[in-house]
Write a protein that binds this ligand. Sequence first.
Ligand code: SME
Length: 153
Amino acid sequence: MPSIDYTLLNRQLEALLDTRDWLTNSAQTCAFIQQEIADLNWVGFYLQRQPEMLGLGPFQGKPACHPIPFSKGVCGAAARQQRTQRVDDVHAVADHIACDAESRSELVIPIIIDGYLWGVLDLDSPLPARFTLNDQVGIEALVATFQRQTDLH
Ligand code: SME
């Protein structure tokens, strides 16, 4: 797999996110990631709109699970621990929530504002171990760009 130039992607995403609006920017961010990063079958936001619950936000891919409590799945673990979850084989995770049986690996990045969990960005791939540490660092940087370019308070 050719390695992705995340520095370039970051500059492009920064230029694309030219509103301060969370809805517009989150929709654009998913579309951009889906277009630029190979071998994804789903990318989208889950937002904390009720305490300890994740509601489905803008995404690219098939219709997905909603809602997801903080106590469940890989997205719930990212929300609870406020830490990125990188899973090479989702079948090995007992409480993984299978929205699409095709998904084999997953990366979930929490979005935290002043200690409060605003939401998560979830990426799924049909390939096992699709996300390397390099991808994690690169996509975390894309999420940081989304946060910088958006009014999330
Ligand atoms: N697999 C996720 C649920 C969200 S979908 O993949 C879109 C999880 O276990 O949290």
